[in-house]
Design a binder for this molecule. Structure first.
Ligand code: FES
Length: 384
């Protein structure tokens, strides 16, 4: 292996010689000090101003321009597109709302992709395709700090000059626009989350604090219904419908929604509505430990728990009768039904909220009121 400090190696120039060197000489010196020999350093466009060169320049600028336009689209969609949930009954508004997330993804994706395409095109068309050979010895330590500083700066300036970036104003402007729009989008993301307050309607039935089991007026009867697969077919649940040790998924039903296809469908589809109705075996019912303040939430041997896992919201719908455990298939959390569905295994940390139930005078099971806590995974504003 050779070394730059071996006898015979070119001695570094003196300070006076260094001062007299122009940039090309400094570049040659820098590469030779690094043991690099540049074999070929062709100009990508030896004849300036050809149509092919202009075409290549326009293609790069167009990519950056598309990136900028998509960036503008992202910011506009993020701030002004209707983002609040709209029920399917409100067809036009629901359609616009359903486009919100896809629009954000498409505009941001196109913006980044077009920017990357522009950079790649520029690199391929305008950066010289250099061929260089470097010796294994990197010559570290030879020459003064000033010599290294000057040769490195000269090499950087030479690379910048050969890239011809400085004189391509269309590319510079479009790249600036694209970067600016993407930067604006980056700033708009956290700002938009401050502008949009999801808690400005905390008392509405659509807020995270309430589910479809909430009474819409005092005294409203909210029945437990099963899903037969036909939204308009109302099948209410009586206590005798369930055998001891049985389990059934139920949804809210109110008489005011009978015959209203959209409302009935929404009640079956709303994410926080599914409830597991469980009838314990008599020998298990005797061993139940009730949660403080919720001692009367059950009706005899019947217990109703939210089906939405408190870990990250999968349906915890596997009921093992022998152990009285509810299992969530996503990450294997287990909830002990005999102890107010508190988690006994897996990543979930909170019990499944319990729905207070009773039997109405007509013999059907009903909810006494909504859950008394938010269901599903935790969120910032949740106190526990
Ligand atoms: S969502 Fe249920 S365990 Fe993760």
């Amino acid at each position: 292996m050779s070394s730059g400090n071996e006898p015979g190696a070119t001695p570094p120039p003196s300070d006076a010689e260094l001062e007299r060197m122009d940039r090309d000489a400094l570049v040659r010196l820098g590469t030779s000090l690094d043991g690099v020999e540049i074999v070929n350093y062709p100009e990508p466009w030896p004849v300036k101003g050809t149509r092919a060169e202009k075409r290549a320049e326009r293609a790069v600028a167009l990519s950056f321009l598309i990136s900028a336009l998509a960036g503008v689209g992202f910011v506009v969609a993020l701030i002004w597109w209707p983002w609040r949930y709209q029920p399917p009954s409100n067809q036009d508004a629901h359609f616009l709302y359903s486009l919100y997330t896809p629009l954000l993804g498409i505009t941001l994706g196109v913006s980044i992709l077009a920017l990357a395409t522009g950079v790649l095109l520029y690199t391929k068309r305008f950066i010289p395709d250099e061929l260089a050979i470097q010796q294994r010895d990197d010559n570290m330590g030879q020459g003064s700090a000033e010599l290294h500083r000057k040769t490195i700066l000269a090499q950087l300036a030479d690379a910048g000059n050969r890239s011809t970036f400085a004189r391509r104003s269309a590319i510079k402007r479009s790249l600036g626009l694209s970067a600016g729009m993407l930067g604006l989008g980056t700033v708009a993301l956290p700002v938009a989350s401050l502008i949009k307050d999801p808690w400005d309607q905390t008392d509405t039935k659509e807020s995270l604090w309430h589910t479809g089991w909430q009474q819409q007026f005092p005294g409203e009867i909210v029945y437990l219904r099963r899903n037969t697969g036909i939204p308009d077919e109302i099948s209410l649940v009586r206590p005798e419908d369930l055998d001891a040790g049985g389990m059934e998924t139920v949804f809210p039903f109110r008489e005011s929604e009978r015959g209203n296809h959209e409302a009935l469908l929404h009640a079956l589809r709303r994410a926080d509505n599914p409830v597991l109705l469980i009838r314990l075996r008599p020998e298990d019912a005797d061993r139940v430990v009730k949660r403080q303040g919720q001692e009367d939430f059950n009706f005899g041997d019947y217990y109703a728990f939210s089906k939405i896992c408190t870990h990250v919201g999968c349906p915890a719908s596997l009921y093992e009768q022998r152990t009285n455990r509810l299992l969530c298939p996503c990450h294997q959390s287990q909830f002990d039904v005999l102890q107010y569905a508190k988690p006994v295994f897996g990543p979930a940390t909170r019990a499944l909220p319990q729905l207070p139930i009773t039997v109405h005078t007509d013999g059907y099971l009903i909810a006494r009121h909504d859950f008394i806590e938010a269901i599903g995974p935790g969120f910032w504003e949740r106190p526990s």
